[in-house]
Design a protein around this ligand. Structure first.
Ligand code: 5GP
Length: 197
C-alpha cells in the first residue's frame, strides 16, 4: 500500500544512484553523469513515464519547473501528457513584464535569488504539476507554491527525481497537504555513504 512517502524508490534510478552517484561533503549528492550535466535519455524517459503513472489519477493542465535541472524531466513529462511546460527563470529577462516574482534560498549555493514567471503562462484555475530534480529543504518548492498562489493556479502535485528525506522539505510539503512523489528517497548521506529506501 502506498505510504505518505508514495511507493518508495523507482528501482532503475535507485540502482543508478548507487552505481554512479557521488556523495560530497555537506550532504550533497552529485548526479552529474546521468541527470544534472550529462543526461541519460533512456533513464530520463523511464523516470518521466513513472511520474505519469504515479500522477495518473490527477488532472494536469500544465507542468511547471525551475531552471535549469528540472527542465529535462519536466519537458518529457509534458510531452507524455501532451500539456505545455513552463519553467521559472532565475534572472528577470528585460523583455518580460507582467511578472510574478518570489525569492528562493539556494541550498547548494548558500544564496537567495529571485525567480520569476510570466502571468501569461500561469493562469488562474490552471491545474499545475511541479517537477524538479531534487527536494532538499523545500525552498525551491515553497517559492513555486508562492508563484502559483500569486497566479491563482492550483497545485495538483509535486514530483522530484530525488528526495533527500533526511532534510525537511518532504515532511513540510506533505504536512501542508501537498501530494509529493519522489522517485528516489535518500535516507542518509552520512560518512559519504548513500542509503536509499
Ligand atoms: P531545496 O530548495 O529543496 O532546499 O533544494 C532543491 C534544489 O537545490 C534543487 O533544485 C537542486 O538544484 C539543489 N539541490 C539540493 N540538494 C542537492 C544535492 O544533494 N545535489 C544536487 N546536485 N543538487 C541539490
Amino acid at each position: 500500500m502506498a505510504s505518505a512517502y508514495g511507493e518508495g524508490s523507482f528501482p532503475l534510478l535507485k540502482e543508478r544512484i548507487l552505481k554512479d552517484g557521488i556523495c560530497l561533503k555537506g550532504g550533497v549528492l552529485k548526479v552529474d553523469s546521468f541527470i544534472n550535466h550529462q543526461i541519460d535519455p533512456s533513464l530520463l524517459k523511464a523516470m518521466s513515464v513513472e511520474f505519469v503513472r504515479r500522477f495518473a489519477d490527477v488532472e494536469i493542465d500544465k507542468v511547471l519547473t525551475i531552471e535549469s535541472s528540472g527542465i529535462a524531466p519536466a519537458v518529457v513529462v509534458g510531452m507524455l501528457l501532451d500539456v505545455p511546460v513552463v519553467f521559472a527563470k532565475k534572472k528577470k529577462p528585460s523583455t518580460m513584464d507582467n511578472m510574478l516574482v518570489t525569492s528562493v534560498y539556494s541550498f547548494t549555493k548558500n544564496t537567495t535569488y529571485d525567480v520569476c514567471v510570466s502571468r501569461d503562462f500561469l493562469r488562474p484555475g490552471e491545474k499545475v504539476l511541479f517537477i524538479d530534480d531534487f527536494l532538499a529543504n523545500g525552498n525551491a518548492a515553497k517559492g513555486m507554491i508562492d508563484l502559483l498562489n500569486q497566479a491563482g493556479s492550483t497545485l495538483v502535485g509535486m514530483g522530484f527525481l530525488i528526495e533527500k528525506s533526511f532534510q525537511e522539505g518532504g515532511a513540510y510539503l506533505r504536512q501542508s497537504g501537498v501530494r509529493v512523489e519522489s522517485l528516489a528517497l535518500i535516507d542518509s548521506l552520512d560518512n559519504c555513504s548513500i542509503t536509499i529506501r
